[in-house]
Design a protein around this ligand. Structure first.
Ligand code: FAD
Length: 536
């Protein structure tokens, strides 16, 4: 059914359904659609509206006291469709070893078997519109690798990672609008801000989701099952805010809600110079039928296990010239103007002032985004076929890092309050020395392999790496089998509350190497099927 905004809601309307899903991002929309397909009635409640709204977006502001987050940047979006309204669309599968307890993350085991997750990935990949079957197998692309790339991987000490992009990143609100509207089982409410959960008098059940509007109107929504799909930070906040019967917050008997916050810190650190004639074909992003692929490099699992290293990977990207900063700034100004005028903004589904406040979105304005896919592929193959004078190729190393489990990296409630009168989140993000140690190990190994093969040389990063967050908010309501060491069970159900489910990367018990959204969607399908299997 068509979304109804809370401002237009009939005051007599009853907000109730078999399942109430709060948060209409990748996780919430996937769950709502799957539950409806399985015959369940769903009320999907979203705090944002169908267009950006600065006042509502401000409800996502954080009190950052730890490692700083990027300034002037939107790490999440409070809008119908969630953060996937602006995500970059890089999809990666976790590796089997990411689910295991490893020396670098001894408490990081996932309570899910690899086979089960692997079986869900193809469905999640179709939802994200990614290139077709087999595209996540590195062998598919290694057949197209250059001799230099094959030589680099020949010893097996470095292994490839695979990233895929759809032709256009999936925008859940736009791309599933028809399906959501057509479903007679889904009701959608926008502009309804969840501010906590009311626990039933007998305990162990959520009776209602408390909602508030910016105008100060309070409402309640009742579901026999309640799913919070509000993103990796907000899920924890809602539990911490639900203190009616438990001062520590709902589901927080273990004291772990908000702890173990992880992102994938990212840094440009180190350079390589490849010998003349040593070409990169698959280690640089390239268009393929149905999207784009890029291989990265990671330390082989056996070496990581032996040396207790985290699972990082790096990609090789064109080196920016010494004018880069200046050119970047000019380009940002141009991009801002274009976004404001709505040309590129409409094309990217980003309208209005919010988008123009986010200069880092510039990286979306690439030929891949602007050209039709066939033209982009043609451009690429023409460029690749052009005769080139053999000369050294320079690349920077872009590191994408896993984090160890650190209980002091966490979110708590702040003393400051938002426009709804509700405590904001205080984020204390820590980046541990093991992260840098893993980067050094990976870069050193690459340097050794370049030297061994005579393909080039590595100039290591000189100063301490300067990290940016990757907007991957993980770990704050971790999953596990032991209620003393986790917040939700292996299906995402809160240990202490029979009808409360959490969806999204807040439930990841360790971060692994992969960008999270593909796994979020895979787990959302799994969770919806589990919820539907109960008599609601
Ligand atoms: C610029 C950018 C680029 C990114 N690129 C990638 C990438 O390439 N690959 C990748 O895997 N990931 C990427 N990410 C991360 C990715 O966007 C997230 O992993 C994904 O969107 C999370 O989906 P979700 O449904 O769990 O949460 P969200 O998309 O954040 O959805 C949560 C929803 O809940 C709503 N909500 C929150 N609180 C409340 C409340 N109290 N009441 C009611 N509603 C509420 C929000 O409005 C939102 O609609 C990127 C993020 C950013 C910002």
């Amino acid at each position: 059914m068509k979304p109804v905004d809370v401002a237009e809601l009939d005051p007599a309307a009853e907000l109730a359904a078999e399942a109430v899903v709060v948060g209409a991002g990748a996780a919430g929309i996937t769950i709502a659609l799957e539950l409806a397909r399985l015959g369940r009635e769903v009320l999907l409640i979203e705090g944002g509206r169908t267009a950006p709204d600065p006042e509502i977006q401000a409800l996502h502001e954080l009190d950052c006291v730890g490692y700083p987050m990027r300034p002037n940047y939107l790490p999440r979006l409070r809008q119908f469709g969630g953060t996937c309204n602006l995500w970059a669309g890089r999809a990666m599968r976790l590796a089997p070893e990411d689910l295991a307890a490893r020396p670098a993350v001894p408490e990081g085991a996932w309570p899910i078997a690899w086979d089960e997750l692997e079986a869900l990935y193809p469905e999640a990949e179709r939802i994200l519109g990614l290139p077709g079957p087999g595209a996540f197998a590195a062998e598919t692309w290694l057949g197209r690798a250059s001799p230099a790339e094959r030589a680099l991987l020949a010893s097996g000490r470095l292994v490839p990672t695979v990233s895929l992009w759809a032709v256009r990143p999936r925008r859940f609100a736009r791309d599933f609008a028809d399906e959501l509207r057509r479903s007679p089982r889904i009701r959608i409410l926008t502009g309804g801000q969840a501010i906590g959960l009311r626990e039933a008098a007998e305990g162990r059940r959520v009776e209602a989701v408390r909602l508030r509007t910016l105008e100060g109107r309070d409402l309640e929504a009742r579901g026999r099952a309640v799913v919070l799909a509000c993103g990796g930070l907000e899920n924890a906040r809602l539990l911490l805010l639900s203190t009616d019967r438990r001062p520590e917050g709902l589901g927080n008997g273990s004291g772990l809600v908000g702890r173990f916050f992880m992102d994938h810190p990212r840094a440009v650190w180190g350079r390589v110079e490849l010998a003349p004639g040593a070409l990169l074909r698959v280690l640089r992003g390239r268009p393929v039928p149905g999207g784009k692929v890029q291989l990265g490099l990671a330390v082989a699992p056996a070496i990581r296990a032996e040396r207790g290293l985290l699972h990082h990977y790096l990609t090789l990207e064109s080196e920016q010239s010494s004018y880069a900063r200046e050119q970047y700034d000019v380009a940002v100004q141009v991009a801002k103007r274009l976004l404001r005028r709505g040309h590129v903004g409409a094309r990217l589904d980003l309208r209005g002032a919010l988008a123009s406040r986010t200069p880092d979105l510039l990286y979306l304005l690439t030929p891949k985004e602007i050209l039709p896919h066939w033209a982009y592929r043609l451009l690429w193959s023409v460029r690749e076929g052009l005769p080139r004078r053999p000369r050294p190729q320079r690349y920077v190393l872009v590191h994408f890092c896993e984090q160890p489990l650190d209980p002091s990296s966490r979110v708590t409630l702040s003393d400051r309050r938002d426009a709804l009168g509700v405590p904001m989140l205080r984020l204390d993000w820590r980046i541990q020395p093991e992260v840098v140690r893993g980067m050094e190990a990976l870069a050193n190994l690459l340097g050794e392999e370049l030297e061994r093969t005579g393909l080039g040389r590595l100039a290591p990063g000189r100063d301490e790496p300067r990290f940016t967050d990757a907007s991957h908010h993980m770990g704050t309501t971790r999953m596990g089998t032991d209620p003393r060491r986790s917040v939700v069970d292996p299906w995402g159900r809160v240990h202490e509350v029979a009808n409360l489910w959490l969806a999204g990367s807040s439930t990841f018990p360790s971060g692994g190497h992969a960008n999270p959204t593909l796994t979020i969607v895979a787990l959302a399908l799994r969770q919806a099927r589990r919820i539907a299997s109960f008599s609601l």
